[in-house]
Design a protein around this ligand. Structure first.
Ligand SMILES: [Cu+2]
Length: 512
């Protein structure tokens, strides 16, 4: 039997059967003790657990019996972030949770083909939290709906959970490479080459947007206590039932990227295919119903048919960037466009070159932060040369450009901001969508800031592709300046107490 994951907004009602059965399955898991590997909180702790934060949020009693040391070592704090394992690890995590929920559903007399729904916030009128998750009541009016979580504060921290469509994007789907690098160029669609990475430094394309951003905006931050919503912090995110529908959508986007390729493929590198266990690091292993251990490698996660499930829709969404459109915009002749697309898709990955960086770290607090990036003249002329060459008959693909926010540190993962380039002085950035580099939320920043046994406290690095903005400036003849002006516009004023800082803002070119 192949299981089909369907759009939560198109199931035929706020409490359509798959949602009602999900709620019942979650309820059954929540009734299990902390130490039970198929319990709800155990599953949350597999993603990540900060016992102090769990206690503050009311999810852990210090007197509870913990799981065995062996179970904690095998399963807890396993999630992969800032890594090319981000997508395959979470795919296995979804499969295992889905099997545990389905087991509970079937035992309660529900359908044997139950599958997780997904939340596609990109679709028109589907960007609000699905109603069954927003109501404290079951459909009969009883008030212990397990899908409802009070610690969801939303983008404005007022409890209204809506994903602002203007601020999320599918730019990552346009990336020809699954694997990126941490050299300042593309972080890839799927992330950079790492070992076992429970919170790596450089977030990959699909991880940064929309993944991190939706986490931060759904969870938000309690305006009174300053505590994160469950979804905003990786150490609490797995406790929120909406987590799984968000991740099912990210998982679906991986298949969208694979299904609509030019030459896009998952990595063939043995370190990706076999995963960290093959080099003696922790294995990807999850508890399944009946005491079964599910051990898996990234390579086993590529093929949905082999895994026995599918999605009802993997067509390319509106707004997927098209390389061809870029070449046309830069003036390529009609006959050259396809050849340019092929050369850009086939090109071996080329090393990134620094175009410039700002001179010192900046603090982000209040309503805005600004800095300037001085551009190296020689590197810039190589960039403009590659952009101009597109109009020639036998050109290679033009450079792609990346803005790096390096060593981002702070204490509030719900911090989210837009990044703009060269907004004219005195003008409202919101009126210049053509100058919007991208939007980020700092999912994982607190963990990455505190020095502990896995982190040196270096913070996170976010990489935004700004090719579209640079093209705009180039076509307007505005790339001749010797610096670019960067404006960070937070979604909500950033409190001093969040201590948000950015070590360096740099811009890199990468030959296309
Ligand atoms: Cu996530």
């Amino acid at each position: 039997m192949a299981f089909t994951r369907k759009n939560v907004w198109e199931l035929g009602g706020d409490w359509a059967d798959p949602i009602l059965w999900y709620a019942r399955g979650v309820k059954a898991m929540q009734a299990r003790p902390l130490a039970e590997p198929t319990g709800w909180r155990f599953y949350g702790a597999i993603h990540g657990i900060d016992p102090g934060l769990w206690q503050q949020l009311g999810y852990l009693d210090p007197n509870e019996r913990p799981p065995s040391d062996a179970d904690v070592a095998a399963y807890w704090n396993e999630c992969q972030h800032g890594s090319w394992y981000f997508l395959p690890w979470h795919r296995g995590y979804l499969l295992a949770l889905e099997a545990v929920v389905r087991d509970a559903v079937v035992k309660a007399g529900g359908p044997a083909d139950w599958a997780l729904p997904y939340w596609n916030y990109f679709k028109p009128n589907q960007n609000a939290l699905p109603p069954a998750f927003a109501s404290p009541d079951w459909p009969d009016g009883r008030g212990d709906n397990p899908l409802f979580v009070p610690q969801r504060h939303g983008p404005r921290n007022d409890g209204k959970v809506v994903v602002p469509v203007r601020m999320i994007n599918l730019n990552a789907l346009g990336d020809p490479d699954f694997t990126g690098s941490a050299d300042g160029g593309s972080p890839g669609f799927g992330g950079v080459n790492t070992g076992f990475s429970h919170g790596g430094d450089v977030h990959g394309g699909i991880e940064t947007q929309p993944h991190d951003f939706v986490h931060g905006l759904v969870g938000g931050r309690d305006p009174e206590t300053g505590l994160p919503g469950l979804m905003s912090d990786p150490d609490t995110a797995g406790l929120d039932p909406i987590f799984w529908l968000h991740h099912a959508n990210i998982d679906r986007l991986w298949e969208v990227w694979r299904e609509n390729p030019r030459s896009d493929v998952d990595p063939s590198d043995a370190n990706w295919v076999s995963g960290p266990a093959a080099v003696g690091d922790r294995a990807f292993v999850l508890p399944m119903p009946g005491g079964v251990r599910f051990t898996y490698t990234p390579g086993q996660m590529s093929d949905l048919a082999a895994l026995g499930y599918n999605y009802d829709d993997v067509s390319p969404p509106a707004g997927t960037p098209q390389r061809i459109a870029r070449f046309r915009r830069l003036g390529a002749r009609a006959a050259a466009v396809e050849a340019l697309a092929r050369s850009s898709a086939m090109a071996a990955r080329k090393t990134a070159e620094l175009l410039g960086a700002n001179s010192e770290g900046i603090r982000v607090s209040g309503a805005e932060a600004r800095t300037s990036v001085a551009l190296d003249a020689a590197a810039k002329s190589r960039l403009t040369g590659s952009l101009r060459a597109v109009t020639a008959a036998a050109a290679g693909a033009p450079d792609r450009i990346f803005l790096n926010l390096e060593n981002v540190r702070g204490l509030s993962d719900a911090t989210a901001f837009e990044v703009y380039i060269n907004v004219p002085e005195g003008e409202d950035p919101a009126k210049h969508p053509e100058l919007l580099a991208g939007s980020i939320a700092l999912f994982g920043v607190r963990k990455a800031t505190l020095a502990d046994n896995t982190h040196a406290g270096n913070g996170l690095t976010f990489v935004l592709e700004i090719t579209h903005v640079i093209d705009t400036l180039h076509l307007a003849g505005a790339l001749n300046a010797d610096q670019l002006h960067v404006r960070l516009v937070p979604l909500n004023p950033v409190p001093e107490a969040a201590k948000i800082s950015i070590g360096r803002i740099s811009i890199f070119r990468q030959p296309g």
